[in-house]
Design a protein around this ligand. Sequence first.
Ligand code: TPP
Ligand code: MG
Length: 369
Amino acid sequence: MANKKAPAKMEDLLRADNFDFSTVQILDNDGKVVNEELMPELSDEELVTFMEDMVFYREWYNRTQALSRQGRLGFVAPTTGQEASQLGTIAATTEDDIIFPGYRDIPQLMQHGLPSYKAYLWSKGHVEGSTYPEDFRAYPPQIIIGAQYVQTAGAALGIKKNGRKAVAMTWTGDGGSSQGDVYEGMNFAGAYKAPAIFVIQNNGWAISTPREFQTAAPTLAQKAVAAGIPGIQVDGMDILAVYAVTKAAREYAIAGNGPVLIETLCYRFGPHSLSGDDPKRYQPEGAQEEWRQRDPLNRYRKFLTEKGLWSEEKENEVVENTKEAAKEAIKQAESTPKQKVSDFLKNMFETPDYVTQEQIEYYEAKENK
Ligand SMILES: Cc1ncc(C[n+]2csc(CCOP(=O)(O)OP(=O)(O)O)c2C)c(N)n1
Ligand SMILES: [Mg+2]
C-alpha cells in the first residue's frame, strides 16, 4: 500500500499525463509519517478535529446500528472502515461547494451541515429527510449508483458559468465506477474544464461482488486517463493523505484546470447494508483482520498520541457526546409528524407537472376528510 517510489509531489500528481497511479500515503499503519513532502499544513487543533470526527462517526454508526436492530430505522449503509475516506474528502470542502453523496455518504452530508435528525428521517424514508433549505448546497443521497457523477458534472459547469469559486463534489464506489454515468460525467466535466471532484471509494466490494470482477484495470484512478483529467489513488485509511490530495484537487479545480478523479483505497468492515447480507458468506477468510491492521482510527490515534494530542479520556468523552447526539437525533426524528402522501408528492418538483399536481389534489382531498 505504501508508495513504491520516491515521495510523490502534488504538482506531479495533478497532471493529466501522469500515468503513475501508485498509492499516495502520508501515515503508515503504525501512524508514522512516511511522506513529509505531502504533509498538509494543519494546526494542532485541526489535527485533533480529524480524530474527533472519526471517533464521532464510528460511534454514530454503532448507535445507528443499534437503532436499526430495534426496528426504528429503515435503510442503513455501514460506514465503519471508511471514516478517513469520507471525512478526509469532505474536510477539504467548504459550505460553498455543492455535494452529491451516495447512500453510504451520510457522514459527509452531516459534516456539510445536514441536521442529524434528518439523516435518521432519510433512513426511515420520510420526506423531511430529503427536504433541504435553499442555501444548503447538497443533494439527498443517491441510490442509483453512479448517477451522481452526471449531476455533479452539470452542477460544476453551473458553478463555472456563475463565476463562483467553488467545486461540485461526489462519491461513488468501486461498483459504481463500472457504470456508464461515471464515464459520461467525468468526460463532460473534463471537456468543459468544470470544477468537479470525483471520488471513487474503493471499499473492495459492491455488495458481494469483489473489486477484481469490476474491471481488468489495475487501478480505478486510471479511469481518469480517457477523460483527460488527473487521477490519483490514495490510501483511503489515511485521513491526512486523503485530505491533502482532496484539498490540492479542489485548488486545482477552482483555478480553472478542470476536474480531478480520486480513488480512495479502503474497506467495508460491515455488511453492505443492514437489510440482511452476511459478508462472511462472500468475503475471504482473514480479509477483515488484514484490513483491520490498517484501521484509519488506530493509525491516527497512534500519530496523535505520539504528539501528545490525544488520550483515552478525550476519546471516551467524544464517544459519550456522540451517544447523546444520537439520542437527541432519534428523539427529534421520532417526534416529527408522520408524512402524508401529498407531502411526498410536493417534494418531487419545484413546479409539479400535470400528473403530479392531479395526484397532490387527490391525496390532499383524502387526507383532509
Ligand atoms: C444503477 C444501479 N444498479 C444497481 C443498483 C443496486 N445496487 C445497490 S448498491 C450496489 C453496489 C454498489 O457498490 P459500490 O459502488 O462499490 O458501493 P458501496 O456499496 O460498496 O459503497 C448495487 C449494485 C443500484 N442501486 N443502481
Ligand atoms: Mg464498494
